[in-house]
Every structure is written in C-alpha cells, then in structure tokens.
Design a protein around this ligand. Structure first.
Ligand SMILES: Nc1ncnc2c1ncn2[C@@H]1O[C@H](COP(=O)(O)OP(=O)(O)OP(=O)(O)O)[C@@H](O)[C@H]1O
Length: 330
C-alpha cells in the first residue's frame, strides 16, 4: 500500500469517527490481581461504528472481546481499571456513572445479547415474564398490547411460542440464547452489542439469528457482533476487527477480509486458514498469557513472517498492526 492510499484510509477513519454511533479511542482495560499481577485484557482499542453498520469483532478465546463489550456497558468487576474514551451520542461510556448507564444507556441506547444468557435470566421468572417486563420497562407499549409485543420479540429471535412459559432452567443453551436475543431487541436501541449470539444454535438458526441482527442494523442502527463464528461474521458484517492478545491488530472491510484478497495481518490470515472449508490448518502454538505479554509483537512467537523487527510492538497503521503485513504499508 502506498502513502497516498494510507492517507486516504486515515481520512476515511476521521470521517467515520464524525458520523459514528459509537466512537472508541484508546480503550484499555487492566485487571489488578492479588499479589500485584496485572491482566492486560484490552489495550488501546480504536474503532468506530456507523449507523446501519455491522462490525464483527473476532479473535480466539480469551483475547479480550467480551471484556471490551463489558467495558462499554460499565459491567466490569471491581478489580478492573479502564482508560480511553467510548462516545455514544455525546456520552463517554467510560466516564459515565452507574446511574447514567443504568437509566439511559443499558437497554435504551445500547442493547446487549450477553455471552452467557442463562446467567442473565432470573431463575424464578418465565421467558414470557422476562419479555413482558422488558417491554414495560423499555417501551411505551400499553399494558393491553404487551403480551403481543413480547410474543413478536420472541418470534423475531426465533424463540418458539411453545416455550414462552418455560423457566430458564428448562431451556437448552440454544433456547436461552434466543431468549436473550429477543430481550435485547425489545428496546430498539440504536446500538446492539451481541456477544456470541449464535453459540449453541444449529446452522439454520445461526443464519436466522444473524439475519435478524443484520435487519436490526439495516434500519440505521449499529451492530457490534462479537463472535468466534467467522461464517456468521462473513454473512452479515460490513467490517471486521481482529483482536489478538487484547489488541485490535487489523480492521478491514468484510468483502476484502473474506474475499479473494484476504486480510493483511498474518494472524487474521491464520484465523481464516483454520476454517474447515478453507485450509483447515490451525495456527500453531497458543496465545500468550495476558498477565505476561512479551515486549514486542504478541503474535511473533506463532507468526510465520516474524523477523527481528517484531521485537518491538507494531502500531496500528492504515488498518493493520504488523511490521510485515501481507501487503506492506508505506
Ligand atoms: N475479573 C477478571 N479478573 C482477571 N482477569 C479477567 C477477569 N475477567 C476476564 N479476565 C481475563 O481477561 C481476558 C479476556 O477475557 P474475555 O472474556 O474478554 O475473552 P474473549 O475474547 O471474550 O474470549 P471468550 O470468547 O472465550 O469469552 C482473559 O484472559 C480473561 O481471563
């Protein structure tokens, strides 16, 4: 990539920030552990999400995807420290107090499909009761129409009407997942964070759920899809952000990422090569411990393209953080 193209990409990034529903800069999360150790769960994440856009955040287990989502909603545990900014409609989510987040952000401005839905459902209430209560809390639907609104939300998330009167412990993982998606859709929030919304679903339900989430974004809302499921991401994402060891190492338009050109970061290429319908070749080795990250590029020990340059950490430049990307940046 030459300097002109890199400059043009930077200009696109600036314009994207201006029009964004969500604009994240330098988002960093550290967990302080007993004994003085620190977990560098998220480091310096920068990204924007535009109205009508689906951004898929992908990466191996433990790379920091869910922590990033929890940081945006103020749901981190007490041993977490955050830095950076995350702007939604003039509110910095990282600086906002619990009152603001509870009253005007969660459910209203940002809907969440949580990663472990069963843990978010109250054990003594049926799915119908959860849905109706959420309709009451987040919408102006009159009492007489709440039952129908709850049933419609269930239907959008492919949650079967036959199980609406079931309690959380009676649901399979896939049903709990669909209940959580239905709950997240109710508030019609301009921004939806969906953390592994297709876990535990059969392929046809994966497609149905992904398509429903996509429809949500098509109406001018934003969707941050956090997923291991690259097939679901390929189906609905406009852009892809790849995370490794707490850092976003590449952002790319989905058509380029999944198309013939492919991504530029060796880790992102490795993720795609690991897919059964591609080379089916796993990336060798394991990600580093986030409490013991190397000084330089965290992927270097597993990287086929690593050289001495990789002893220093690469900055994110023109969409990729790598000293030796597939297509070099100027
Ligand atoms: N409360 C905590 N204290 C210390 N470390 C934590 C805490 N919560 C999460 N972590 C660590 O933060 C890192 C990122 O976790 P996260 O759940 O965000 O990963 P992920 O990419 O979402 O993976 P998965 O898809 O498996 O959930 C992990 O190393 C995890 O162990």
């Amino acid at each position: 990539m030459n300097a002109r193209v890199a400059r043009a990409l930077d200009a696109v990034t600036a314009e994207r920030a201006e029009n964004a529903l969500l604009s994240v800069r330098g988002l960093t999360v550290r967990f302080r552990l007993r004994g003085g150790r620190t977990v560098a769960a998220v480091t310096d994440a920068d990204f924007d999400l535009a109205p009508g856009e689906c951004l898929a955040l992908v990466g191996e287990s433990g790379c920091g995807k869910s922590v990033l989502a929890s940081a945006l909603l103020g749901l981190l545990p007490a041993n977490a420290e955050t830095a950076g900014t995350a702007l939604v409609d003039g509110t910095d989510l990282l600086a906002a107090g619990e009152k603001t987040l509870a009253r005007s952000v969660r459910g209203r401005r940002i809907g969440l499909v949580p990663q472990s839905p069963a843990a978010h459902l109250t054990p003594v209430r049926t799915v119908r009761a959860h849905l109706e209560e959420t309709v009451r809390a987040l919408t102006t639907t009159p009492r007489s129409r709440r039952r129908k609104a709850a049933e419609d939300a269930a239907d959008r998330a492919a949650f079967p009407a036959t199980h609406l009167d079931a309690y959380p412990h009676e649901l399979s993982g896939g049903l709990a997942q669909r209940a959580a998606t239905a709950l997240a859709l109710i508030g019609d929030a301009p921004l939806l964070l969906a953390d592994e919304p297709t876990t535990g679903l059969d392929r046809d339900l994966v497609e149905r759920t992904a398509d429903e989430l996509r429809r949500h974004a098509d109406d001018g809302r934003g969707l941050l899809l956090i997923t291991h499921d690259l097939t679901a991401a390929a189906r609905i994402a406009d852009r892809v952000a790849v995370m490794y060891a707490g850092r976003i190492v590449e952002t790319a338009p989905a058509h380029r990422f999944f198309g013939a050109t492919g991504p530029d970061h060796p880790y992102a290429r490795g993720l795609l090569d690991a897919l059964p319908d591609r080379a089916f070749t796993p990336i060798p080795g394991m990600p580093p411990e986030l409490s013991d990250l190397p000084e330089g590029c965290a992927f270097a020990p597993r990287c086929p393209r690593a050289t001495d340059l990789c002893a220093t950490a690469p900055a994110l430049h023109a969409g990729v953080a790598c000293h030796r990307p597939e297509r070099p940046r100027a």
